[in-house]
Design a protein. Structure first.
Length: 335
């Protein structure tokens, strides 16, 4: 007895395998007429959908691994929450690995995931040195989707935000409020998101004739922001505004300024990045560049399952979302 496959359904309906996958997993993303045609083909052919394990080679796990830079950062929590419902609806389970922004720790995770023959991998790499290990998993038929990172020259699907544009939004917001010296706080610079956000900020400062001072940090966390403020406040000609590489750094900077009696935004304005829930709930609500966090996770999971369903017929997609600035009290004052 011959088993009807998704390819058979796609051929009968005159659509791609990816469209059949969307009808099964994300029907709201498919036009009503196309959805009806696919559903009719499913009924005519007697196609019976199985769980994710039947879509894979024998012996493959049902686990989708998500490797993030910092599990304590609510940004990544929201990304995971975006991916999880789709993975669960396909019969899989999510496991989260924390690289801690450490290449060696990331490599240990990837080695273990390779041994476990996971269903697929969603990953925010620490830096470009991760490429060889990611390629190794992909070479063992473990599909990989890069999250919060463009694929560049690498043959993978990816979901990302235009961080250069995000950096420009933050800097332009501060320039428009009359600030003539801006500090950028964040690091390490090897993290592409940090480099892109700083790059966008630098472009606007150069175009506007505004001075930019960079305070590099060893990580993207609360403590790093607070320690950078200690350095900044030691300068006689200190900046009147701060753009932080993420909201955790910005919240640390806010606390550092408050501890030293510096009024926000009267004496120093702050813009963060990500727009996590804590940004709006801060003592001084934080202006931030918003990323579509849950949508990043959801889209990454969909790309992963499309690749699993389509196999060798799969064409990699690189999805780029646009960020938006959310202005709050931390930048409300105009000079």
């Amino acid at each position: 007895m011959t088993t009807t496959s998704m390819k058979d359904v796609a051929k009968a309906a005159g659509v791609s395998v990816g469209t059949v996958s969307n009808v099964l997993n994300r029907p709201e993303a498919v036009a009503e007429e196309t959805r009806a045609r696919v559903q009719a083909a499913i009924a005519d052919l007697g196609y019976v959908r199985n769980d994710s394990a039947r879509q894979l080679r024998a012996g493959r796990s049902r686990t989708v691994a998500i490797v993030v830079l910092d599990v304590a950062n609510p940004f990544f929590t929201d990304v995971v929450r975006g991916a999880e419902p789709l993975v669960e609806s396909a019969g899989g389970v999510v496991t989260v690995c924390d690289s801690g922004e450490d290449v060696r720790r990331e490599r240990r995770h990837l080695e273990l995931l390779e041994e476990q023959r996971v269903l697929g991998l969603l990953i925010t790499p620490v830096d470009d040195s991760s490429a060889s290990w990611i390629e190794r998993l992909s070479g063992h038929d473990i599909p990989v989707v890069l999250v919060d990172r463009g694929a560049g020259r690498h043959p993978h699907c990816s979901v990302a935000v235009d961080d250069v544009h995000g950096g420009r939004l933050a800097a332009q917001h501060l320039v428009e409020r009359g600030h003539r010296k801006i500090a950028f706080i964040g690091g390490p610079a090897a993290i592409p998101q940090v480099a892109d956000r700083l790059g966008g900020c630098r472009e606007v400062c150069e175009e506007s004739g505004v001075e930019l001072e960079v305070f590099a940090t060893p990580g993207l966390n609360f403590q790093a922001g607070r320690e950078a403020i200690e350095q900044m406040l030691g300068s006689e000609d200190r900046p009147t505004a701060v753009f932080c590489a993420n909201d955790l750094v910005a919240l640390g900077a806010l606390q550092g300024l408050t501890m030293h009696g510096v009024k926000v935004p009267q004496e120093c304005a702050i813009v963060g990045y990500d727009d996590i829930d804590f940004a709006a709930a801060a003592a001084v609500p934080l202006s931030s560049v918003r990323q579509p966090r849950a949508q990043l996770g959801r889209t990454a999971a969909q790309l992963l399952f499309d690749e699993i369903a389509e196999g060798r017929d799969h064409t990699h997609r690189n999805v780029v979302f646009q960020p938006e600035l959310v202005a709050r009290a931390s930048t409300a004052l105009e000079l």
